[in-house]
Design a protein around this ligand. Structure first.
Ligand code: FAD
Length: 463
């Protein structure tokens, strides 16, 4: 069957709003921070789970590869479609179906934007414990498919921890409805886990039952400068104890990144090697504030703080977060590669030094910025090698960042996933047996290999 026959067949089921071709496809960007356009010949835009099932049934029968699109904010080329692939976009699966304040749950379709879900929870005095800089564009389905992390993992966990149940459509069109609403359910295999973090390779997520938490009434934020990495790890340990479970963010900025994003009126002088954005959230504004200030004072007495500024207003807090989230600033001047790795905190200082030495050796004139969710052992590097980003240059940069991870048990992906971009490096973080089992799962759930083919792993070893 040709793609055109498939389009004609599905147009009858999906109607005009459900099928985009021609300019309506090729004028769309292939992803955030990308300059290329969507190369697939068609975008299917189902509005119901039944329509998703119809698309996949037809593609499965035709052996037609399908790439799922959420908000296209993913950073590992997972959703970048080739001309031989068709796109299934969740953009019309955008309804918030219910918020249950007693059960503290929210039921959403997978194309709902993260920010819309956060706002719907807040309207009921509840909180969705998932937040990332791409909140306005990324979708809940994409967040779950990538098991997104973000800014509050230290308190609420990754996307996985916010999912109680989900509905997914398998490659052959089978609808798997597993909309569990309980925290506890040990009735056999927990099948939802198959779809969380598998980057759309095992099924298309259509609906999700999210776990909500009580909304916080206080949000105290500070920026802290440290003279050494030992101070940074000491600060984390100290605040974790003194803030008694309310520490919600611990974001670390190395000096060069801080200097780049701090702007004309930096909150602290720019001569310290490390800066930490610290945030605590709680239920009692006055006492929470006192505790927050006391926790910082105690850390200071312990010799863990070189300088600090506590936010006095919502505007100050927003400015600090805008600074931390301004990753785009690193991409303004030169072509650059974004890395996302994780590793034990105890190895972080030596690891960053090893990466910098490797980059210095590989590139005479690179600019590299380091920052990340250090409280979770998750770091980002943005490397501008000072040369055009051809495959050989990429490989040299990737080698410098990824290879030192193997000996220390780190991961080539803390939160962004593998996609197409990191596939060749997967054996640094996963054993042969683990990758073989991934292949068996893929083959069992998607025997014709139509769902996001070639992302994470090749279906057949070495293919
Ligand atoms: P897309 O980019 O559309 O897709 C990502 C992958 O998921 C693709 O493989 C796609 O095929 C698959 N997919 C999408 N929807 C579905 C579905 N319904 N069913 C099955 N598969 C699906 N990531 C973090 O983890 N933490 C961060 O802090 C973070 N910060 C970011 C900040 C910025 C400014 C940007 C641009 C990105 C950031 N990211 C971060 C990366 C990105 O936002 C996340 O990976 C996000 O979860 C992707 O969601 P999306 O809807 O855009 O998915």
């Amino acid at each position: 069957m040709t793609i055109q026959t498939l389009i004609d067949e599905l147009a009858a089921t999906l109607g005009p709003a459900g099928v985009l071709v021609g300019d309506e496809v090729s004028s769309r960007g292939a992803g955030i921070w990308r300059t290329d356009k969507i190369a697939a010949p068609v975008i299917f835009r189902p509005a119901t789970t039944t329509e998703v099932a119809a698309i996949l049934r037809a593609c499965h029968a035709a052996g037609q590869p399908v790439v799922t699109h959420g908000g296209l904010t993913g950073l590992v080329e997972g959703a970048v479609a080739r001309p031989s692939e068709v796109v299934l976009s969740t953009e019309r699966l955008n309804k918030i179906e219910a918020v249950n304040a007693i059960d503290r749950t929210m039921c959403v379709q997978s194309g709902v934007r993260l920010q819309a879900a956060q706002e719907a929870a807040a309207e009921q005095g509840l909180l969705l414990g998932l937040d990332l800089g791409a909140r306005g564009s990324c979708t809940i389905g994409g967040n779950i498919a990538t098991n997104a992390g973000g800014n509050q993992v230290i308190r609420y966990g990754m996307a996985r921890d916010a999912v109680l149940g989900l509905e997914a459509v398998l490659a052959d069109g089978t609808v798997l409805t597993s909309m569990n609403a309980m925290l506890k359910n040990n009735a056999g295999y927990d099948l939802k886990q198959l779809f969380i973090g598998s980057e759309g390779t095992l099924g298309v997520i259509t609906r999700v039952l999210l776990r909500l938490r009580p909304a916080c009434r206080s949000q105290d934020t500070a920026i802290v400068a440290c003279e050494s990495f030992a101070q940074v790890t000491g600060l984390l340990a100290s605040l974790d104890v003194s803030l008694a479970g309310t520490l919600t963010a611990f974001e670390l900025l190395w000096r060069d990144f801080y200097r780049l994003v701090a702007g004309d009126a930096p909150p602290l002088a720019e001569n310290f090697p490390y800066y930490v954005l610290v945030e605590a959230m709680g239920g009692s504004p006055d006492t929470d504030r006192q505790r927050f200030v006391a926790a910082l004072a105690e850390a200071s007495e312990q010799g863990l703080i070189a300088d600090a500024a506590v936010c006095k207003s919502v505007a100050e807090r927003q400015k600090l977060w805008a600074m931390r989230d301004n990753v785009e600033k690193t991409l303004e001047q030169k072509p650059a590669i974004i890395f996302d790795v994780s590793l034990p905190l105890s190895k972080m200082e030596a690891y960053v030094a090893a990466v910098m030495a490797g980059l210095d050796e590989a590139f005479g004139d690179h600019s590299t910025w380091v920052f990340g969710h250090a409280g979770d052992g998750n770091l980002h590097f943005v490397v501008a090698p000072g040369e055009a980003l051809d495959p050989a240059v990429r490989e040299r940069a990737e080698r410098a960042v990824y290879e030192p991870l193997q000996a220390i048990g780190g991961s080539i992906s803390g939160e962004h996933g593998i996609g197409l971009e990191k596939k060749r490096w997967l054996p640094l973080s996963r054993s042969e047996e683990e990758i073989a089992l991934m292949r068996r799962l893929k083959l069992a759930l998607d025997p014709n290999g139509i769902l996001n083919p070639g992302r994470i792993i090749d279906a057949v070893s070495g293919s």
